[in-house]
Design a protein around this ligand. Sequence first.
Ligand code: GLU
Length: 450
Amino acid sequence: MPDSGVRVRFAPSPTGALHIGGAHTALFNWLWARRNGGSFVLRVEDTDRERSTAEYERTIMDGLKWLGLNWDEGPDIGGGYGPYRQSERMDSYRRRAMDLLDRGLAYKEGEAVIFRVPEGEDLVLHDIIYGDINVQSDRSSMKTDGSIKDIVIIKSDGMPTYNYAVVVDDHDMNITCVIRGEDHISNTPKQMLLYRALGWEAPQFAHLPMILGGDKKKLSKRHGATSVFEYNDMGYLPDAMFNFLALLGWTPGNGLEIFDRELAAKKFELSRVIKKPSVFDMNKLNFVNQEHLKALAPKTRREIIEPFWRSLGLSPERFDCKYLEDALTLMGGRGRTTKELAEYSDYFLDFGPVKDRYDASEITPERKDLLRKFFTELFGSLKPPDWSAAKLEAAARGWCESNGASLKDVAMPLRWALTGRKVSPGVFEVAELLGRDECWARLARYEFIV
Ligand code: GLU
């Protein structure tokens, strides 16, 4: 149970899906809460009534759950500091605005409430990641001509602005450390002024480094998938995605790159996050995903791959689990994503895709005669229980030797006829697993056996 007093929050606006930047921020908050046995709070910043939807709120929550980032307090589960949607906290924003008005620290302009930015005050933002940043109050909010721009805290429609609501909520929810993207650094001095005016102690701040695309520009839609769910559909494992996102700005040390949530939560240090922007490198993501894919238990791997087989039009339910698990184990480290692994192993489930890929048109009549002789003898000499990779290979080698052929001459056509691919796991292993009857049927289709 959380008890350390560390309270952090992820505060998304439900105006879009959970994108990579948001997931990264949420993950670092989660890590810091778990590292300290603290609380991870989910607060929905839905003051933009036009663009916020319940649907987006749900998608964001689903995205967090997919990544395994469970929260301790939030709009769905409540908690001691609710409500957890800003739209339900209007009273406290109004009450504090009245207080600032009463004390002459804010003024009205029509229905709007404006905070008067004090002149000549020095502010130091002690950022855990960026270090100390000095700002003069006059410079915290400026017009283009350099003059001070006061801060709107309540808009004329009665809604609070982001900079104001975030301060009131972080204070009221007892947040001890604000961890968010570096794009908010410029907002922080304004928020510090508001803390001061309201007579509150500001929380600690930690701004996370920017995430860049492969072209070193700020990550955006141009770089491909932005919502975390798209990565699920593309065949990335949540555990791998977690691992990969954690590596954007942090590493557990000792060159360790592949790890799980527990290890990350044990080792995470906010002060060791680097401020240099990190690059969202697809090759790295593929590598991390492949490593997690390899490490899965056979049953789990099969369960994860099944929907991907189905989306290729294959029917895993026609086979027993053991057969499918053995097929995936035989695939070894092939496939960087679950999607690729499903594709690369399709021939274990159906001959259809093999026929689509391979038509044996490169085999001359003479070679076909040779293959027919070879396969007919091989199938004549080996039947279950002798139908094993080792015996198949020994028999093939023996035959090639006495017939002046090279193993490749028979093994390549066998590979093509069974898998429809140039590359596969050991072809005799594939033949063993497919079974004698299925191999016969496939070879017969290409007239390699009679
Ligand atoms: N709702 C803000 C955002 O999504 C939260 C920023 C913050 O963490 O203060 O950018």
